[in-house]
Design a protein around this ligand. Sequence first.
Ligand code: NAD
Length: 509
Amino acid sequence: MTRPALPTTDELRARARTALDRIGAVVPEGGDFQARTPLTGEDLFGLPTATEADTDEAITASRAAFLTWRTTPAPRRGELVRRLGELLREHKGDLADLVTIEAGKIRSEALGEIQEMIDICEFAVGLSRQLYGRTIASERPGHRLAETWHPLGVVGVISAFNFPAAVWSWNTAVALVCGDTVIWKPSELTPLISLACDHLLARAADEVGAPRDVHRLLLGDRAVGEKLVDDPRVALVSATGSTHMGREVGPRVAARFGRSLLELGGNNAAIVAPSADLDLAVQGIVFAAAGTAGQRCTTLRRLIVHRDIADTLVERLTAAYGKLPIGSPFDETTLVGPLISAKALDAMRVAVSRVQAEGGKVLAGGNRRLSEAAPSAAYVEPVLIRVEAQTDVVREETFAPILYVLTYDTLEEAIALHNDVPQGLSSSIFTRDQQEAEIFLSSAGSDCGIANVNIGTSGAEIGGAFGGEKDTGGGRESGSDAWKAYMRSATNTVNYSSELALAQGVSFL
Ligand code: NAD
């Protein structure tokens, strides 16, 4: 079947312009910094970047806004986030267009990303009335012991290209209701969606009478991020990206005793047990491994299959991989869009060659597509590779759609293989055996921040805390009590008696 043609760069530029106009965002003219689209691999607009002076001014303004914002009652802070959520809902289609144009996501995933932003706004509005502290039983008569939570300060948000808007909203919606102000340094690959989000938040701030500087956007590359990392006026640096980035950011923030929240790379695996429902497993595996062209932090990268069912499962996956529609993410029938860049395609090829040199067998995929229609773009078939051992290359995160298939004989061996990687983000087991499922979820099972049963590794909901262990950085964002990372706690002892009683029975004077 012939697939529809790719849109041209001129068409994409016009579509981006229309979306930005409808949102009301102004694209600053000129500059060497290029907004680009992976759909054709070509440039869209030249933009100016933030200078050192701009960054310094933004931090000063953000700090000043914080002094007002921190004393605004939390439910009133929630009104700003509620309005932001309404505007996101109103502009869902336009925002999704920008996500597709800049990050290459297929339509339903781009819409899903904006829905996730709406969801976190609703969560944060509720949270604005639930920033609970505890009251603790005091050992002293006539005393009250309590824990209170206070706003932290300026939060620097550094984000990755692959969730160009949702990661910002996880941080920003929660930080704002917590009484913090936010400075956002988005990925250099996704400036247009960032301008759109910044504009909608500024509009919401104007409408509800919040200080404009509760949010500032700084476009630019890592140098801009480094300024936020090193500036002591930035209380929390929430950085999402590669483990390589986190290794640089974490120690630098720690050196000034700042706080960091790190959301880094994953190398996620699923165990498929003999009792698994294979229809369900195949669907879950293909979405988790090939969806988003393998460019989610939670993408399934390793499949650990019981030897008895390995051939059957591999056959079914090979058939499914052979039918994946690859092409323009604006075409409703496409399931796999482009990789973000030619560099990403090179990294994928290097990893596949390394595994093949070690004896790995490519079962499906790996060919480049649409290279004549779009020579600067990077469309590629997701790859399925059977490997005998979990070698160094398998233990690395290659940010592309490669799924390595390993086999196991005992659950103990499967869990050991599963955990024997540096990263610890997301994991799953497909099984109908309750005992196996519980072992996988127990303290002796998966060592990841996310552990699932009979569902893939990707596509988390906002209600739970999101993040991972080991080289994934240890941070938690989004739901549950992740809000505590954006606040500081104080323990208060109040003496309402007429005696000065000392704790632990100490007597003095
Ligand atoms: P990246 O590390 O190249 O860049 C991420 C951001 O960090 C960008 O804004 C970049 O400019 C900035 N940056 C890089 N080095 C910096 C430094 N030294 N100081 C300050 N800022 C710096 O990542 P990417 O290619 O955009 O995204 C893909 C990676 O992100 C993958 O590894 C993926 O697993 C990870 N990721 C993780 C999560 C998560 O929640 N765990 C979510 C999305 C993406």
